[in-house]
Write a protein that binds this ligand. Structure first.
Ligand SMILES: [Zn+2]
Length: 246
């Protein structure tokens, strides 16, 4: 049976702690009625963190993954720990330092798709280095140019927010989808758009990940590398901090 977990991070990515109740435990991990832990999906790794039990003891959470459907969120405990019981109430806390880095990096990937408006063939977000792959035969871009344009968007401090649209609205605006091979799930009636800029003037695209609330919060980033991956693929690597001097 699929347990639908209330995903609190969808409406508020800044929740660091929450109260939740254990609804099931299976061979993969712990399921809660509600959670602030993002589960690995769409190139963004799942959260780590801990559960605090009523007696003050803690359960370290090493990973968060989706179950049979994306509505089911499974918290994977670190090895050799006493597990809570079904029905138990817990205080849950994400490793906020790590999550905030992932939110900044994930948001930086959106900015890169604004600077490089080409079909996306893959992406992976990590705390210190993220990549986005584009279907382009010849980049014609330099690390310095792309970095300069990314930093213009960061300095402009555009708002980042989400909006729900219907399947029909998405169908009427196919250019919203930037992934070459991955289509957002339709049929649920609502698609979550992540928008950048007043009235989404900079960008909007379907995304279920967690993002910072403004481009300024991304902070200083640079393109560490532009790699050739096959004849029509270029991989851009984003890193934090200023461009290193050569
Ligand atoms: Zn996103």
């Amino acid at each position: 049976m699929v347990q639908k977990t209330e995903a609190l991070f969808r409406d508020d990515a800044y929740l660091k702690t929450a109260e939740a109740q254990v609804v099931a435990i299976n061979d993969r991990g712990i399921l809660l009625d509600r959670t602030i832990f993002y589960a690995t999906s769409g190139g963004q790794p799942g959260d780590t963190g801990m559960f605090e039990r009523a007696d003050g003891s803690r359960v370290a959470i090493a990973a968060t993954i989706t179950g049979e459907t994306k509505d089911e969120i499974i918290h994977v405990p670190a090895p050799e720990q006493a597990l809570p019981a079904v029905g138990e109430k817990l205080r849950v806390a994400v490793d906020w330092e790590r999550r905030h880095l992932l939110m900044r990096m994930h948001s930086a990937c959106h900015l890169l798709t604004v600077v490089c408006p080409f079909p996306i063939t893959g992406a992976a977000v990590a705390e210190d280095d993220s990549r986005v792959d584009f279907d382009i035969p010849d980049a014609g871009f330099t690390k310095d140019d792309v970095t300069a344009r990314l930093m213009e968007l960061v300095r402009a401090d555009h708002p980042i927010f989400t909006r729900l649209i219907t399947d029909e609205e998405l169908a009427a605006n196919p250019s919203l989808v930037k992934s070459k091979n991955v289509r957002p799930p339709v049929g649920t009636g609502k698609i979550r758009l992540v928008c950048i800029g007043e009235n989404a003037s900079v960008d909007s695209q379907p995304c279920g990940g967690t993002h910072v609330k403004s481009t300024g919060e991304v902070g200083e980033i640079h393109i560490g590398k532009i790699e050739k991956k096959g004849r029509e693929n270029r991989r851009f690597r984003i890193r934090f901090g200023p461009m290193p001097a050569n």
